[in-house]
Write a protein that binds this ligand. Structure first.
Ligand SMILES: Cc1ncc(COP(=O)(O)O)c(C=O)c1O
Length: 377
């Protein structure tokens, strides 16, 4: 049997990692400023993470959600504390898409309404409901095209109000910072207006912090810079540093009923241990602060750069929109200078490294960039 080819692969096979360094099977070294789609939060193979997971694996790897699991309770307590959402409840699942499915379902149960309002260029995942709220018809099968979801432009408060005033919408779902689209931010004012409109019209506000959260923007959650509180916050990616997991933070006024949500694997012992190790390292090594600091470093370093049309994002969620003549730079950064970065279409390079990335590594990237852009692609 061969693999079903849905991914366009580079001909590189990393087999080992440490921090922001990767080695391929021939021993060639790469610097990882992408973290495999913003997943690696504390760095590859952090010794504390490896130790905690190895020890847990030798104790108990898995049991189902039919029994008590102290690790889940500990994780909820720690996440509430670090995020400032102490009074919220936590539901654990296995991925970002699944977290969004559960959040939309909760909003729908809660309001008795079926419609969801989402934003142009949004990405919320590839499962049925999540892909319906994703503004990309190319990844929606006919089964996923639904009248339940409408899209309005980001930062267009009038369009949101027009929709919500119908009182048909269970939820608005919005990314803390749009990632896959190429790094576009809701303004602080827009977040505040959105909060106000959701409250006024009885609609739940879901903030998808799957890419922008967990410290990446320099705050624990990107939406917190506007001072608002969401009703439901979805997390995944960085929560497990590569261990597949997702979760929903749920405002205290939601009513839980036995059986309304569920999962076989969600919140298992290994997953929770991975997430606890991530929080240990984030706290002990002050990684949220480091994300803000290195983000500022990149922003200053790229100010006025001749290859960049626009610098977008904050902290370590960065989109570099390239001038036309520099398109192709991402491949050159990878193959000539051995830096992994992300993309959004051909024209935007996304920088999403581990939050532990050092200033030396950031400086080495800027140097490599300058060397390549001195000679046009
Ligand atoms: C903002 C956002 N939401 C949801 C998802 C889907 O997460 P997953 O691939 O874990 O299902 C992603 C993945 O890129 C994302 O960036």
């Amino acid at each position: 049997m061969e693999l079903f080819e849905v991914y366009k692969l580079w001909d590189i096979e990393p087999v080992r990692g440490l921090g922001t360094t990767l080695w391929d099977k021939d021993g060639v070294e790469y610097t990882d400023l992408y973290g495999g789609h913003a997943v690696i939060s504390i760095g590859h193979c952090h010794p504390h993470y490896v130790k905690m997971l190895s020890e847990q694996l030798g104790k108990l790897g898995f049991y189902s959600n039919a029994v008590q699991n102290g690790l889940q309770k500990e994780l909820a307590r720690r996440l509430g504390h670090i995020s400032g959402y102490d009074d919220y409840k936590f539901f654990l699942c296995n991925s970002g898409a699944e977290a969004n499915e559960n959040a939309m379902k909760l909003a729908s149960f809660d309001t008795g309404r079926s419609k969801i309002l989402a934003f142009s260029k949004a990405f919320h995942g590839r499962t049925s409901g999540a892909v319906s709220a994703t503004d990309n018809p190319k990844i929606q099968s006919p089964f996923n095209k639904t009248d339940h979801v409408d899209f309005v432009p980001l930062n267009d408060a009038a369009a949101v109000e027009k929709a919500l005033a119908t009182r048909e919408y269970a939820a608005v779902i919005i990314e803390g910072i749009q990632g896959v689209a190429g790094i576009y931010e809701p303004t602080d004012d827009f977040f505040r207006t959105l909060r106000e409109l959701c409250t006024r019209y009885g609609t739940r506000l879901i903030v998808d912090e799957i890419q922008s959260g967990y410290g990446r923007s320099g705050l624990f959650f990107a939406h917190q810079r506007s001072g608002i509180r969401a009703d439901l916050i979805t997390v995944a990616k960085g929560i497990g540093n590569g261990f597949p997991m997702g979760g929903v933070l749920i405002a205290p006024d939601f009513k839980a009923q036995y059986g309304m949500l569920g999962t076989t694997f969600g919140g298992n012992h290994l997953a929770c241990t991975a997430a606890l190790a991530v929080l240990d390292v984030m706290e002990n090594e002050h990684l949220v602060e480091n994300a803000a600091r290195i983000g500022d470093y990149f922003q200053k370093a790229f100010e006025g750069d001749k290859a960049i049309q626009e610098y977008r994002g904050r902290g370590l969620m960065i989109g570099l929109e390239l001038k036309e003549e520099y398109i192709g730079l991402r491949d050159r950064l990878l193959f000539e200078k051995h830096f992994f970065t992300g993309a959004a279409g051909a024209g935007v390079i996304r920088i999403l490294p581990a939050l532990s990335v050092s200033e030396e590594t950031a400086a080495a990237f800027v140097k490599a960039w300058r060397e390549l852009t001195a000679i046009k692609a």
